[in-house]
Design a protein around this ligand. Sequence first.
Ligand SMILES: Nc1nc2c(c(=O)[nH]1)N[C@H]1C(S)=C(S)[C@@H](COP(=O)(O)OP(=O)(O)OC[C@H]3O[C@@H](n4cnc5c(=O)[nH]c(N)nc54)[C@H](O)[C@@H]3O)O[C@H]1N2
Ligand SMILES: Nc1nc2c(c(=O)[nH]1)N[C@H]1C(S)=C(S)[C@@H](COP(=O)(O)OP(=O)(O)OC[C@H]3O[C@@H](n4cnc5c(=O)[nH]c(N)nc54)[C@H](O)[C@@H]3O)O[C@H]1N2
Ligand code: SF4
Ligand SMILES: [Mo]
Length: 735
Amino acid sequence: MDTHCPYCALQCATVLTPGGPHGVDVGPRDFPVNRGGLCRKGWTAPAVLTAPDRLTTPLVREGGRLRPASWEHALSVAAGGIRAAREAGGPDAVAVFGGGGLTNEKAYQLGKFARVALGTSQIDYNGRFCMSSAAAAGLRAFGVDRGLPFPVADLSGAEVVLLAGANPAETMPPLLGHLTGAQLVVLDPRRSATARLALERGGVHLRGTPGSDLAVALGLLHVVFAEGWWDREYAAARTTGLERVRRAAAAWWPERVERVTGVGAAELRRTAALLGRARRDGGGVYVLTGRGVEQHSTGTATVGAFIDLALALGLPGRPGSGYGCLTGQGNGQGGREHGQKSDQLPGYRRLDDPAARAHVASVWGVDPASLPGPGRSATELLDSLGTDGGPRALLVFGSNPVVSAPPAHRVEERLRALDLLVVADVVPSETALLADVVLPVTQWAEEEGTMTNLEGRVLRRRRALPPPGAVRSDLEVLRDLAVRLGQPRERFPADPRAVYDELRAASAGGPADYRGITWERLDAGEALHWPCPGPAHPGTPRLFTDRFAHPDGRARFAAAEYSPAVRTSPAHPLYALIGRVLAQYQSGAQTRRVPELAAAEPEGFVEVHPDTAARAGLADGDRARVVARDGTALATVRVDDTLRPDTVFLPFHFPGEERANLLTEPRLDPVSRMPELKVCAVRLEPLRARGPSGAPESAGAWDFPDARGFPDARELPGAAGRPGAGARDERTGRT
Ligand SMILES: Nc1nc2c(c(=O)[nH]1)N[C@H]1C(S)=C(S)[C@@H](COP(=O)(O)OP(=O)(O)OC[C@H]3O[C@@H](n4cnc5c(=O)[nH]c(N)nc54)[C@H](O)[C@@H]3O)O[C@H]1N2
Ligand SMILES: Nc1nc2c(c(=O)[nH]1)N[C@H]1C(S)=C(S)[C@@H](COP(=O)(O)OP(=O)(O)OC[C@H]3O[C@@H](n4cnc5c(=O)[nH]c(N)nc54)[C@H](O)[C@@H]3O)O[C@H]1N2
Ligand code: SF4
Ligand SMILES: [Mo]
């Protein structure tokens, strides 16, 4: 059975054969993105199907404990709680939180369920924490956002690839197969596996101060302009705003960049020369961004500066060159197109666009006026739960925010303050364990559907196994809830193919147009990238070859200004970088249940330079307290002399007291509403030493900056409405 890996956005092609301890064995398939390769997570994915604590029956909280229940009972408790919240607080008293791992059909149906069956504006999803800054910057620059506007295989022809804040050697290993012929430049404050690879091959590792990437981009632009490596013809024919970015970059001569960012002037010049000369001589050049430069309160501006660099070099839309964002989650691309985002309708349409509302409402068979407007962004939504004016009930599909959303203690407190928490999941995640109702759902090898990978290519997920126990699909759950809430059954089909056909109709004419990508064409093996507006259309593997998606056809320079994302202080003198390791995935809900992966990475750790460790009284293997301004996390010390002495690294895959999101600082990007997920200021202490240091310095109030002044601010939910101290949890914990 041909299908794709359940994890990341590369969506490596796999083949499932019956057998083995988990019902199926998985192997790689030849496919342009993975070319017969798989990473360790892909190989071991079947273990999640038979995880010892796999959810196989609904659970309902009774007397403080989750107990097995019938579907009938679980769904009526959920529907009853939803109705009660609505009666007390109106439609916005019920909120929905989705995920970028959900199939296209689920993401679409979840958005429709929220707007039609619940009538709520309060829906957002974990993609807000993922690539939202790159999406906002891409939308502003190009008029449309598709992670890679070219196929992954195009990278194979590149001469130089700049990886800004991406570590594909751990996060997308098969991608490296496309980079073997390229000179690599890696921008990362630590010597990641990808940075090491670049150095081994004679490439460059730019090791800047965390959060200083925008200044590095301005420095590269400075040299590109000064040395005449920019593309005059391209700039004149295909862009607007060049003069502003030339002025902005003029002040960033390499020595100044070195003082501000720690990236050496010589390395900066060498990098600009690599990029500029390759372009001048007709070689392929790519600029790719990852979460390291995106997941900051300055993320949109920073990505804008890297897009400016790509535009100055004339890369986007040129065959064999380009800019792209390495989208992360399995359906991180499709999941951001079909309406689970607070301001969005299917087809990557805007919820505040009257024509889009009219079109989608006609597909849904409802009055356009009945569709709610844009709601809160993910962080603001979670922060408002159970407060005055905030939602009283929440439904979570495909995310584990107790571990992955910031700041973890606040998120947990808000979830506990709800009147009703419903979680659909495949395993008892940390979030499911807080729920009033847990609904067990199918996973990858047990269901049909479609996913859209990081290149905007639509793929088929196929069912190889029947689901265990009483497990149902997310689509069945949404239908059954919708019917209980008074919706006609036909409006919420549970057959993925029927939902997909409706999605095609709803997307028709939108930026992400799936109309011509039929299930039949996918099953016949066609590789179709959106937009694909009709059954005879070949799809669009490469965007922007003739024009950009703005009405004038031109790309826009952003000309962003630099300000540091994070500041250290005497009490918190270290930068903590937060990222990923190869053997764990995201909140770890799935991979911590795979014995081989759990053995490889069993616990939370912090990588520390030996001098820094010694100064804190720590040695390799010690347990440490990582103390930030608003919270503390525990981790085991791994001494590593390749780190900057002012920087430590920890992954966010681990639960409880090891959650990296206990450390996150409260700031949001004004455009994308991305939280400050990547870097925060900390100090280290031995676990046994306790003292006055444990007390937080600030109250941790969130700073939700005003979105005014940004071109696409109007599509953003307002900063208003943020609750203050809010209602406190009356209920004392839910064991
Ligand atoms: N094994 C594994 N693979 C995954 C995932 C996973 O959880 N595990 N998740 C998937 C998902 S959803 C995503 S979004 C992708 C993420 O893929 P990546 O973006 O490659 O992963 P991260 O480790 O989050 O961040 C990349 C690098 O950013 C660096 N970094 C931190 N702060 C800064 C900074 O201020 N500036 C710069 N320049 N770099 C910085 C970190 O040191 C890290 O090496 O991976 C996908 N693949
Ligand atoms: N500080 C910090 N925080 C971060 C990040 C960081 O770099 N630093 N990275 C951020 C990023 S990029 C991301 S993408 C998020 C991800 O963080 P999460 O949203 O927590 O992602 P997952 O751990 O993949 O959670 C998915 C959950 O859905 C379940 N699930 C899987 N498939 C399905 C399905 O089909 N249906 C349903 N109903 N459930 C399903 C899984 O078992 C799991 O419990 O974390 C973000 N948080
Ligand atoms: S790289 Fe991503 S899609 Fe490929 S096998 Fe690994 S986790 Fe799966
Ligand atoms: Mo992500």
